[in-house]
Write a protein that binds this ligand. Structure first.
Ligand SMILES: Cc1cc2nc3c(=O)[nH]c(=O)nc-3n(C[C@H](O)[C@H](O)[C@H](O)COP(=O)(O)O)c2cc1C
Length: 185
């Protein structure tokens, strides 16, 4: 029989930055490494292929990729969003993806970890928190993190010790909040 402790939780990760060498995407890669024993992380890589949100398209025949995103969120035990701040707000691509979930319940009571990795990032962090609480997601102070001056702290090959420690603490708090959907035995 499988030991409950060995079952990794199914987590969807979304980076608010779609650029290739994104610090936020590197943060997700570090989380994958640090949380290897707790989480099986799927990275949603098609944020920039989602159509622009339009309420007229938000019916029973939504575009395929929108349906796919909704289903991945719905099926995940938890969702990690890691984003930069763009002009004191969320990047449009991330805001667009979140707008596609407003008419659904996919984020209702969903455990989420909310990370803002940016130069400054305070406004984006506040807005992300407001949006995700509006969508009914489940998070608290322990599952939110603001990484300022992020580019000097995280890259593909290195992470500063204090940021690594903050991510480890967030991972533990997030893990405690997630109840896996699938049976564990
Ligand atoms: C269009 C644009 C607007 C930006 N506006 C802000 C901002 O308001 N606050 C901030 O802290 N950084 C801002 N930045 C800098 C980003 O935080 C920084 O480039 C960050 O590394 C982007 O995240 P990424 O490395 O994951 O792509 C901006 C960058 C761009 C490209």
């Amino acid at each position: 029989m499988m030991d409950m402790e060995t079952v990794r939780k199914n987590v969807l990760a979304i980076s608010g930055s779609t650029r290739k060498k994104s610090t936020n995407t590197y943060v997700i890669e570090w989380i994958k490494q640090l949380a290897h024993d707790q989480f099986e992380i799927e990275f949603f890589s098609q944020l920039d292929s989602l159509p622009h949100f339009n309420p007229d398209l938000d019916d029973e025949n939504v575009p395929d990729l929108v349906a796919e995103l909704r289903s991945k969120i719905d099926q995940a035990d938890g969702v990690i969003i890691c984003t930069p701040e763009y002009v004191f707000s969320l990047p449009g691509a991330l805001k667009n993806a979140l707008e596609w979930t407003v008419s659904t319940t996919v984020f209702s009571d969903k455990p989420v970890a909310l990370i803002t990795a940016s130069g400054l990032g305070e406004k984006a962090s506040e807005q992300l928190s407001l949006i995700m609480s509006t969508l009914g997601a489940h998070f608290d102070q322990q599952t939110q993190l603001l990484i300022q001056s992020a580019r000097s702290k995280v890259d593909a090959d290195s992470i500063d010790p204090s940021t690594r420690q903050h991510l480890a603490e967030l991972i533990n708090a997030f893990n405690d909040k997630i109840t896996p959907k699938r049976p564990t035995f």
